[in-house]
Design a binder for this molecule. Sequence first.
Ligand code: PEP
Length: 251
Amino acid sequence: MRKNIVAGNWKMNTTVPEGVELAKAVVAASAQVPAEVELVIGTPFTHLYPVNEVVKGTRVALSAENCADHAKGAYTGEISVDMLTSVGCQYTILGHSERRQYYGETDEKLVEKIKLALAAGLKVIFCIGENLEEREAEKHFAVCEAQTVNVLKNFTAEDMKNIVIAYEPVWAIGTGKTATADQAEEIHAFVRKVLADMFGAQVADDTTILYGGSCKPSNAKELFAKPDIDGGLIGGAALKAEDFIGIALAF
Ligand code: PEP
């Protein structure tokens, strides 16, 4: 059975002291959330070590927001997967639309990053999603299928045990404009069918598919009630422990 996950993506927000306080508040409030819902917080690289000091031994897992596409060496400014595991990371987010849009994250680079992350023992939250122009041109199914197939065809059913997919329509990220539960569900069900064609029905059924895009406590219940929506990747609302936990309580 697939897991329900609520994962925060803090992006480039909070100083280290603020991030540590936020992590403490999330841990303190996490007891309210049913044990079967996995909680993950994704923080900037600078925060990982001190935030791990707060979350280790608790039910809150730690995620990075990216990793390098090389294992080590002369790649100034980059952060390797071994560096991430050495500070307690269990997850990394990869392929976020902001990285695809602003930092030239291509499918090829994502394949390399996911390979390195899985080999290092990290779980991956792999993001897909169409932009507004693609949605208006009714290309959203084709875009999500291509993003999924182009990258995941390089991986096995075994690898899929450590890959979570996050469907994040770009037009809904940070805009306050959430996809309706029906819009999200139709893509989630479609992506699950794509996974079934690639890896078989069991893998498709076992893969957690998160929704991301202006998810908040007020809309999470309707989204999470859908059969193929297994949780959320949360940006803005993850910056307040009360809202983040409020979303997790929607299950
Ligand atoms: C995100 O960027 O992953 C995200 C879902 O952001 P927001 O919740 O702020 O729309």
